[in-house]
Design a binder for this molecule. Structure first.
Ligand SMILES: Nc1ncnc2c1ncn2[C@@H]1O[C@H](COP(=O)(O)OP(=O)(O)OP(=O)(O)O)[C@@H](O)[C@H]1O
Ligand SMILES: CC(=O)N[C@H]1[C@@H]2OC[C@@H](O2)[C@@H](O)[C@@H]1O[C@H](C)C(=O)O
Length: 387
C-alpha cells in the first residue's frame, strides 16, 4: 500500500463548483474509490486529469474488508432497504473514510460506494455509502451516486468505466480499436475506436457486462474449501470443464440480448447448482470456462475484432481464466500491465476520472456504453460544508 505524495506536474487546485455549468478546464488531482462486486475491499487511487485526458497517475491504496464486514455486506446483497442495508452502508462508509483520509493534496473525491442491488429495468440501482457524510468527514468535495441518473434516463447505469477506458486508449497511443476487459466479480468489456474525438461520439465506444467473472468461483471456494478465492486459478487448472454445463450456461437469455446490457452480481443464480454434482477441481474449471466463453460471446458482439484485449481486475491473476479467455477471444489477450497500466487500480482511477467529468458537467455515459438515449452526466456532488 502506498500513500506517498501525489506526483502531479501541476499543483492541486481547490475548485469552486459554483461555475460547474461553465465547464472548468483546469486539471485536478482527484482521488477515486471503488468497492466492487467481489466484496474484497476498497481500492483507492489518485489521478491527475481534466476528465478528458490523463495527465498522470498518483499513489494508491487498498483497504480489505475483514470477515465480519464482508459478512455484513453479503447479508445485504440483493436488498433495497432495511437494517441489513443500513448496516452495510455503515461498513462501506467507515472503510472509505479510513482509506481516503490518507491521501494528501487531493481536490476532489469520486466515491462509487458498494452496489447492493442492480435492476436497471426494475427497481433501479443501489450503491450504498453516503457521499455527503464522507464529504464532511474528509473535508473534501465528493462526487457519488454515479449510476442513478443514467438509469432514470433509461440507461443500464453500468458499466461506467468505459469513458475512462477511452482516455486510456489514447494515453497508450492506440491507433487501432482496442478493448478492455474487467474481470471482477462480474465481467465487463469496452470496445474503443480511438480515432473518434470524444467518448460520447457515436461509434466511439461499445461497452457491456460480459457475464459472471470471479463471483461464482469465489462463492464455490467459500462453500467447498472455506477459502476466499481460487488463488491464481490453481484448483481450476487441475480440473476439466464440463462442456454440458457450459453449453447450458450459454443458453441463458442474457447472451441473446444485444448490448449495451448489464448484470447484477447474482444474476446467474442457477450456475452454482449446475456445478454442484462435479468434484471441486472440475467445478472450478467449469465456472472458469463459463466466464471465458461469455467473454468469447462478447467479442463476437464487437463492431470488429480489437487489435488487443487488455485485461484488468483481479481475474487477470487467475492463470487458468486467462488461458481459457485467450482461446475464446480470438485476439491477443494481455494484462493491462503490458500497456503500462495498473490492473488493480484501474476502476478506482476510473471513478476519479468520472468525478472530474461530473464536476465539469461532462457526460459520463452514452448510448454505446449504457444504452441511455442521450449522453448523460451522472453523479451527485456534495461539498464538505453542506448540511
Ligand atoms: N491471485 C488471484 N487469483 C485468482 N483470483 C484472484 C486473485 N486476486 C484476485 N482475484 C479475484 O479477483 C476479484 C477481485 O477483483 P477486483 O477487485 O477487480 O473485483 P471487484 O472490483 O470487486 O469487482 P467488480 O469489478 O465486478 O466490481 C475477486 O473475485 C478475487 O477472487
Ligand atoms: C451495477 C454495478 O455496480 N456494476 C459493476 C459490476 O462490476 C463489474 C460490472 O458489474 C460493471 O458493470 C460495474 O462496475 C464497473 C466498475 C463499471 O461500472 O464500469
Amino acid at each position: 500500500m502506498s500513500h506517498g505524495l501525489v506526483p502531479s506536474r501541476r499543483s492541486a487546485q481547490s475548485i469552486g463548483f459554483a461555475d460547474r455549468e461553465e465547464k472548468m478546464t483546469q486539471t485536478l488531482t482527484a482521488l477515486g474509490a471503488m468497492s466492487g462486486t467481489s466484496l474484497d475491499g476498497v481500492d483507492a487511487a489518485v489521478l491527475v486529469t481534466d476528465g478528458e485526458t490523463v495527465e498522470s497517475f498518483g499513489s494508491s491504496g487498498y483497504r480489505p474488508y475483514g470477515d465480519a464486514e464482508r459478512a455484513t455486506l453479503r447479508a445485504a446483497l440483493g436488498r433495497w432497504d432495511g437494517d441489513a442495508v443500513e448496516a452495510a452502508a455503515r461498513v462501506v462508509e467507515r472503510a472509505h473514510a479510513e482509506i481516503l483520509s490518507g491521501f494528501p493534496g487531493v481536490a476532489l473525491v469520486g466515491f462509487h460506494g458498494q452496489t447492493l442491488a442492480h435492476e436497471p429495468r426494475g427497481r433501479g440501482t443501489l450503491q450504498v455509502g453516503d457521499g455527503a457524510w464522507l464529504a464532511r468527514v474528509l473535508g473534501l468535495p465528493v462526487v457519488w451516486d454515479f449510476r442513478s441518473e443514467d438509469v432514470r434516463h433509461g440507461g443500464e447505469g453500468a458499466p461506467l468505466a468505459p469513458f475512462y477506458h477511452w482516455a486510456l486508449a489514447r494515453w497508450i497511443g492506440a491507433t487501432e480499436p482496442v478493448a478492455f476487459l474487467n474481470l471482477g466479480g462480474v465481467g465487463n468489456v469496452t470496445w474503443i475506436d480511438p480515432s473518434r474525438e470524444r467518448p460520447e461520439e457515436e461509434g466511439a465506444l461499445l461497452a457491456f457486462d460480459t457475464g459472471p467473472a470471479n463471483a461464482p468461483l469465489d462463492d464455490l471456494m467459500l462453500r467447498r474449501r472455506g477459502l476466499p478465492r481460487d488463488e491464481d486459478g490453481g484448483l481450476a487448472g487441475q480440473g476439466k470443464p464440463s462442456r454440458e454445463v457450459v453449453e447450458r450456461f450459454l443458453r441463458h437469455p442474457y447472451f441473446g440480448r444485444r448490448p449495451p446490457k448489464s448484470l447484477d452480481r447474482d444474476d446467474f443464480p442457477a450456475l452454482a447448482s449446475l456445478v454442484e454434482h462435479l468434484p471441486d477441481a472440475d467445478a472450478a474449471a467449469t465456472l472458469v470456462a463459463c466466464t471465458a466463453e461469455a467473454v468469447g460471446q462478447a467479442m463476437m458482439r464487437c463492431p470488429r475484432p480489437p487489435s488487443r484485449l487488455l485485461v484488468t481486475g483481479g481475474g487477470r491473476r487467475n492463470a487458468t481464466m486467462m488461458a481459457m479467455i485467450a482461446r475464446a477471444a480470438q485476439c491477443p489477450v494481455e494484462p493491462v500491465e503490458s500497456a503500462g497500466l495498473d490492473g488493480d487500480m484501474l476502476e478506482a482511477q476510473a471513478f476519479a476520472f468520472l468525478a472530474v467529468r461530473v464536476a465539469r458537467g461532462l457526460p459520463t455515459s452514452a448510448p454505446g456504453t449504457t444504452g441511455v438515449p442521450e449522453p448523460t452526466c451522472g453523479g451527485r456532488l456534495s461539498r464538505p460544508t453542506e448540511g
